[in-house]
Ligand binder design. Sequence first.
Ligand code: GDD
Ligand code: MG
Length: 360
Amino acid sequence: RFHPFIPAGGVGSRLWPLSRADAPKFLLDLTGSGSSLLRATFDRLAGLSAGPVMVVTGRSHAGAVQEQLPELTADDLVLEPSPKDSAAAIGLACTLIERRDPTAIIGSFAADHVVEPASAFQEVVKEAVRAADTGRIVTIGITPSSPATGFGYIKAGQSLGLDQAPHALAVEQFVEKPDEETARAYVASGKYTWNAGMFVAPVGLMLSYLRRSEPELARGLDRIADAWETPERDAVVDKVWPTLTKTAIDYAVAEPAAAAGDVAMVPGDFTWEDVGDFAAINRLNKVDPRTDAPVSILGQNNRVLTDESSGIVVSDTGRLIALIGVADIVVVDTPDALLVTTAEHAQRVKNAVDSLKRNG
Ligand code: GDD
Ligand code: MG
């Protein structure tokens, strides 16, 4: 009855030149574990449901996703012709699952986070499923460590007093990506947590909010689902998908559902990192086990010489790299592009990518 799925889209442009259109963040190994973020997300979800885990991703990633998840059947690999943001991707998964099982509890889990340990994550998800069973959209809250503006903020209130989900709290407000001043005030108040980018809910409740706030999008998804098991699937997807509204599930569902009192939060009692930029990777891999130096080295290239330096080196090129007396440096060496910055300025990589896109 629990149907977990993973929306996997978005490039992660703050990780350029490691992330590219054909090597999006979720397909990268950012922890040096040998698994991509997607593979690790999939493995964490295995065992939580009797049925399969569904993945929604772009057609252009189908081959790479299939390679990383060989056990995924064609039925559970849902492909979109172009990125239409998370409301379309998550909405399509929900619409398809509702046809298979109208009483399903769905779980949407972002493809591109580092979560540890898996056992703690699984206990939280199990509790979220029991809380969702009482007719709520359940989010997972992460204690904020900075006034980051790239996250959703959840204001939780009273305990719901559920025996089966003792940590579940009522949610008073959900605010997606507030401006910096607002985020500062939220963090200072101590009353807000970050949204971990995971939603556990009765499928009908998710869709009722999507249908209310984005009726055209929801109608488009219904047309696609109507054709899904027919020979017309591809033709209908190609026709309808480009017309869908681009918006995030957080605006389309989480904000209005919280305002209506239909959202709950279970605290995410585990290590959670969005790994949005190289500073985050630097935080995760403080010391490289291969060298004992405070330089983390990712990729296949071991030829890195460090002398009184700290930071992160990502390289698959085989070129010898020497760091001497530089602190918190970020070096990303790829065959056709070299990035040098510092952890402090890692956020600004996105601006460089944007200007590259503008100027070709
Ligand atoms: N298939 C598909 N297609 N998936 C998509 C698309 C798309 O066009 N766009 C986004 N996704 C997937 C992403 O891969 C990720 O798994 C999830 O949907 C969330 O999308 P992001 O684009 O990464 O959202 P965000 O990081 O800006 O914000 C979300 O995550 C934060 C935590 O990292 C929100 O839920 C925030 O509230 C949250 O704090
Ligand atoms: Mg994200």
